[in-house]
Design a protein around this ligand. Structure first.
Ligand SMILES: [Ca+2]
Length: 336
């Protein structure tokens, strides 16, 4: 999203000389610290950049800062977090958790802005962001939806992720999921991507559905565990949360395709830096639920920082460049 900067000039003739004096003083005091085309930054930004670099999440010149200036083929949404518009304008729910999950200057993958998450020891909910698209039954979930009259049966999404270099505790449980969200937050397919494997050092896809194999909605509310079908989890092959692997940026991409009505041919797979980690193409996500074109398809994606039994340390991770598409996106890194 493009950055928008507005300047307001007000008339204050009586104080004009003082204003000139103040501007001169302010310009002198903050010389070299304003954001400008040459790329200089404020003292705070420099401090933030140094902290991020010390922690291993250095800016990566191979990733453009202005990723969303030109949308790729099939893209329905792109957020490089460079926009100064509030997140609430483009996400139907944003939980900053008292400022723990926020947009911050210079922490992005390309050196611009990104999302910083400060996990707090013992805290379970560390903030989340909820994006919606396509047809919705729930007014609140649908009120910011992109392409609200369309049904999406196949979707790709990607984002960049970096955990600081001394990060501990595996992947910290929840990371992202797509779903079919219905009236009252009943759920159809839920494509969970969270941590798993030995010492929770891998990403794991863990598909579930609140629609039975015949296509009837059995979910009665959000996370209705008593009524969910678990379809079979698979761990990704790379241990990106191993202590030797944190401290650098990864591109995470996920694909979900709902099954053909009545067939067990639904897809769930994911890549890290363009390399396939895990995938299956035999899931019965929805029975024949999507035979009816009035029924919603895939319509929400969450980015999450929910540590089931409380974060084990005060520590930080970063997100950038969230893209949602109907086609494969790829890592988006420029060749060196
Ligand atoms: Ca960015």
């Amino acid at each position: 999203m493009g950055r928008s900067i507005s300047n307001t000039i007000r008339k204050v003739p009586a104080f004009f000389p003082f204003v000139i004096l103040f501007i001169t003083f302010a310009s002198f005091t903050y010389a070299g610290c304003k954001v400008n085309d040459a790329g200089s930054s404020t003292e705070d930004e420099k401090k933030e950049e140094e902290i991020a670099a010390d922690k291993g999440c250095q800016a990566d010149n191979a990733m453009p800062v202005d990723l969303c200036g030109e949308m790729g083929e099939g893209w329905i949404f792109c957020d490089d977090f460079e926009s100064s518009e509030p997140l609430e304008d483009r996400y139907f729910e944003y939980v900053s958790q008292n400022g723990s999950f926020v947009i911050a200057d210079t922490v992005g993958r390309g050196g611009g802005r990104g999302l910083r998450v400060d996990f707090k020891q013992g805290r379970v909910e560390n903030g989340n962001l909820k994006f919606s698209f396509g047809r919705h039954q729930d007014a609140s979930a649908g009120n910011k939806a992109v392409s609200p009259n369309e049904n999406f049966h196949e979707i790709y999404w990607r984002f960049d992720l970096c955990h600081e270099a001394d990060w501990v505790g595996g992947g910290g449980y929840k990371l992202t999921r797509s779903m079919t969200l219905m009236e009252g937050w009943k759920q159809g397919h839920i494509a969970h991507v969270w941590d798993g494997g030995p010492q929770q050092r891998h990403l794991r896809m863990d598909p579930a559905s609140g629609i039975d194999e015949q296509g009837y909605v059995v979910s009665t509310r959000y996370n209705d565990f008593d009524n969910l079908r678990w379809l079979g989890a698979v761990n990704g092959k790379d241990a990106i949360f191993h202590p030797d692997s944190v401290g650098k940026w990864y591109s995470i991409e996920v694909r979900v395709k709902l099954n053909t009505p009545g067939e067990s041919d639904g897809i769930f797979e994911f890549w890290i830096d363009g390399e396939l980690q895990a995938g299956r193409d035999d899931y019965n996500w929805h029975g024949d639920f999507n035979q009816n074109p009035d029924n919603p398809g895939i319509n929400a994606i969450f980015l999450e920082n929910y540590w089931n039994n409380g974060a084990i340390a005060n520590q930080t991770r970063y997100f950038d460049n969230f893209v949602v598409s109907t086609q494969r996106i790829g890592p988006l890194i420029h060749d060196p």
